[in-house]
Design a protein around this ligand. Structure first.
Ligand SMILES: Nc1ncnc2c1ncn2[C@@H]1O[C@H](COP(=O)(O)OP(=O)(O)OP(=O)(O)O)[C@@H](O)[C@H]1O
Length: 806
């Protein structure tokens, strides 16, 4: 068969499938509309017509069954409706691009070859017997991602299927038109990947289903590990793979897992918005997204405000000259360590024996229950009971004490006073209640009368004293309302002084050792103690204290868990401490975890090396339940940029560039000074825009530098410039100034490093920062300075960049 013949056949098949899709759409449309109307129809009547008549029990029972029956009919219809709407949406998504790949597979033992067409969702012929398109997540579709032609196999729930791939083909289809097709022999044809990667950066991330690579497919389809760790170079598709993995899991386990049972921890809210379009594009609902900070804020409540991690990093990067800097750095390191966690575990013992303090319950300027009374009561409990159990006992005791006090308080003078301030509604309410009570009272009287047959009960009005009972009722109500917040505080464990429990750790070295069963005291401990206590006294917490603080809180009050969540995803996983991982494990006991990160981009002090043999993440669930996958191929940047950036990292040799070519990175040194440098940046931005690049980022090391750069560049007339700060929520295309830690995870057509001098990136610590900055670039990378180049650039082989001295 000639090539043109093949082309013709594929064109015809595409036209046939599109016809079928159109026909299905025409069939579905009236049904979808009709059903939508019916459902609202029933629902409307449902609310309008069903009222609950509680006059008698039988009426109530009847009403209950009517509601139940109607609700069931409605649910059934809605389920059917949802399914039809889903189908209708799928067909609509398929129409412009029904499939992107084909694989001809001959199953072992069968005498024929079946062509399998792969798209973003499955579609069958009218009879429902033949798949015209297979969803990319079906077991057979994995052949497309894992094999070239030759022997191949794939897993199904029934076991392994073996056979031969006889053809593998990719299609370029746009608006239903076949524009190109490539037969791939080995991996998925580079031609298509080239085409996808050479496009401009988007303000939001796109799905990559048509070009998923074999090693990424392994991440997407891993369904065995309790913990899946992905260590991948910058731009190797970690975030992309994570999102396609979510779509895969939602598809494979659609009967058991829903989108709201998955949660993704992302580095900042802006990043969350950057990736929010991928899942809807794949026909799935978005999963819950949060940041660790949001979680901390939630649990620490309003009493303490933890520092934003972005403020912490800004301090780390800018405050080097401050006198307390060294101690703070040591504190950040130590408080993220496994050593500190162990010390805290031991500290829990000490707290349980002697260290715990309580907060007395005060009411109307009176000490109702003093902290000393609580301590005394607490000391009566068996010390062998776990601390949280003893706290629960104390809570119970306190609630009982409050009940007794509440009763006594009803006769207090202040209640009398409050009675005078009640409004008419309160009286009306009491009156209504008393009437009901009276009815009950009379029934009871009659009942008693029947019991004492012969005797005549006294049923006159006087035996039910309205006035007396009304006052009693209102007093009870007033006191109850006033006691409500007290009870709530007790229920929320506010009687435990967690702040003092945490603060007692930071007295001095001797006390620390004594209370933690001999933990090794880190250097600068006295200063660390002072810094920590100073913050606590202002009701604030350093970011590095927030997780340990919660840990201590839970040692005392018991562990919080969420058993609904089945999958936890952590992106930029190198930025979380061992401590935080322990925490996540405890918080989500029924979840599997996927952690994606790159140690080469570890720019926080508490960073964790994901792939090291002694990595705390690997030991979290143990070797047996953990899978580690390494991604070394980088897709985001051109070959020139990858060669340049990987040479900055020790061990960067293993990173492999994808063969997409463009200019080498440019090192532009403006000797005349910083003002002139800004002028050059302006003209370079204009030139890049003329070339058609739409997303251009001028990246700085810190937020402070960003502000400065923004002002200077605006002054020299860079048009449409935007400043991205930690409060920016949405990512948009255009020209922007952004600090590196906010640019993490995202990409730009062109990156301009505002100041790549030794002043900015001179310390060893800055190496990864500079690497992270430069790896944000897809097509172009320019670095500027008016001083000496950073040592990490000076060390690069000269053939990796172009120099411009102006
Ligand atoms: N298989 C693929 N097909 C097409 N594009 C891909 C593929 N894999 C990755 N990409 C593209 O490469 C770029 C980088 O991907 P992604 O952001 O997922 O990488 P990452 O490993 O999370 O990067 P980083 O660690 O630097 O944040 C994106 O534009 C993504 O669309």
């Amino acid at each position: 068969m000639t090539e043109t013949n093949e082309w013709q056949l594929e064109k015809e098949r595409l036209a046939y499938v599109r016809n079928e899709l159109q026909a299905r759409l025409a069939e579905l449309e009236p049904q979808v509309e009709g059903l939508a109307d019916q459902a609202t129809e029933i629902r409307k009547r449902f609310w309008e017509e069903v009222t609950i008549n509680t006059g008698s029990y039988t009426d109530f029972e009847e009403a209950f069954y009517t509601i139940n029956q109607q609700a069931r009919v409605l649910a059934e219809r809605e389920r059917g409706h949802k399914l039809l709407v889903q189908q209708w949406k799928n067909v609509n998504r398929l129409l412009p691009l029904p499939y992107f790949g084909r694989i001809d597979f001959k199953e072992k033992g069968l005498g024929f070859t079946e062509p399998i067409y792969i798209g973003v969702s499955s579609f069958t012929d009218k009879e429902g017997l033949n798949f015209l398109i297979y969803d990319w997540r079906t077991p057979i579709a994995s052949l497309y991602y894992d094999y070239g032609s030759g022997t191949a196999d794939y897993e199904t729930p029934m076991g392994k299927i073996e056979g031969t791939v006889e053809l593998k083909r990719q299609f370029q289809i746009q608006d239903g038109q076949l524009l190109g097709m490539f037969d791939a022999s080995e991996t998925i044809g580079d031609a298509m990947l080239q085409e996808v990667l050479s496009k401009g950066a988007n303000s939001q991330m796109r799905s990559i289903v048509a070009t998923i690579q074999k090693e990424q497919n392994a991440i997407i389809r891993d369904d065995r590990s309790r913990m899946l760790i992905v260590q991948g170079a910058a731009g190797s598709g970690k975030t992309s793979a994570a999102l396609q993995r979510v779509a895969y899991l939602l598809y494979k386990h659609r009967q058991t897992i829903k989108a709201d049972q998955m949660v993704l921890f992302s580095p900042n809210p802006m990043f969350a918005s950057y990736i929010s379009t991928v899942l809807p594009e794949l026909g799935e609902e978005n999963i819950q997204q949060t940041t660790f900070q949001e979680y901390l804020n939630y649990w620490l409540g309003s009493s303490l405000s933890p520092e934003d991690p972005l403020d912490q990093i800004e301090y780390v990067l800018t405050a080097g000259a401050e006198p307390d800097y060294t101690a703070r750095m040591e504190g950040i390191r130590y408080k993220a360590s496994a050593e500190f966690m162990k010390a805290l575990k031991n500290y829990g013992e000490w707290l349980g024996h002697e260290g715990l303090n309580f907060i007395g319950i005060r009411f109307r300027e009176r000490e109702f229950i003093t902290s000393a009374q609580m301590k005394a009561q607490f000391s009566t409990y068996d010390v062998h009971l776990p601390l949280p159990s003893r706290i629960l006992l104390l809570q119970e005791w306190l609630l009982k004490q409050l009940s007794v006090l509440e009763q006594q308080e009803r006769q207090a003078d202040w209640v009398e006073e409050e009675l005078n301030y009640l409004d008419t509604d309160d009286y009306a309410d009491a009156y209504g209640k008393l009437h009901k009570e009276k009815a009950v009272f009379e029934v009871a009287e009659q009942y008693a009368a029947r019991e004492n047959a012969g005797k005549h009960p006294d049923l006159d009005e006087g035996s039910f004293d309205f006035l007396e009972r009304e006052e009693e009722l209102l007093r009870r109500k007033i006191v109850k309302q006033t006691f409500k917040p007290l009870r709530q505080r007790v229920r929320k464990f506010k009687f435990v002084n967690v702040q003092s429990a945490y603060e007692q750790l930071f007295v001095d070295s001797a006390a620390y050792q004594e209370r933690t069963n001999g933990a090794t005291v880190p250097p600068h401990w006295d200063e660390i103690c002072t810094q920590t206590k100073d913050m606590l006294r202002q009701n604030k917490l350093f970011h590095e204290d927030a997780t340990p603080y919660l840990y201590v809180k839970e040692i005392i009050e018991g562990v919080r868990i969420n058993t609904d969540i089945r999958h936890v995803f952590v992106d930029e996983g190198q930025d979380y401490s061992a401590f935080q991982y322990e925490y996540l494990k405890k918080l989500f006991p029924r979840a599997r975890m996927t952690v994606l990160g790159d140690f080469g981009q570890a720019i926080y002090m508490q960073a964790t090396e994901l792939a090291a043999t002694d990595s705390p993440i690997i030991s979290l669930y143990g070797d047996k339940e953990t899978t580690l996958i390494r991604l070394v191929q980088s897709y985001r940047s051109t070959r020139e940029i990858v060669e340049f950036t990987k040479a900055m990292l020790p061990g960067g040799d293993e990173i492999v560039a994808f063969d997409r070519r463009d200019q080498k990175p440019a090192l532009i040194r403006v000797e005349a000074g910083e003002n002139e440098r800004d002028e050059f940046i302006r003209s370079d931005v204009e030139a890049l825009q003329k070339e058609g690049f739409r997303s251009i980022a001028i990246i700085t090391k810190t937020a402070a530098e960003s502000h400065l750069a923004y002002e200077c560049l605006r002054e020299v007339g860079v048009e449409g410039l935007r400043l991205i700060t930690k409060d920016t929520e949405q990512f948009e295309k255009g020209v922007m100034v952004i600090p590196v830690y906010l640019a993490k995870g995202v990409e730009f057509d062109a990156v301009l490093v505002y100041d790549a001098s030794t002043v900015r990136y001179g310390e060893e610590y800055d190496r990864k920062l500079l690497y992270t900055v430069c790896t944000r670039a897809m097509h172009r990378l320019n670095l500027y300075t008016s001083k000496d180049w950073s040592p990490f650039l000076q060390a690069l082989p000269e053939n990796l960049y172009d120099v411009k001295n102006v």
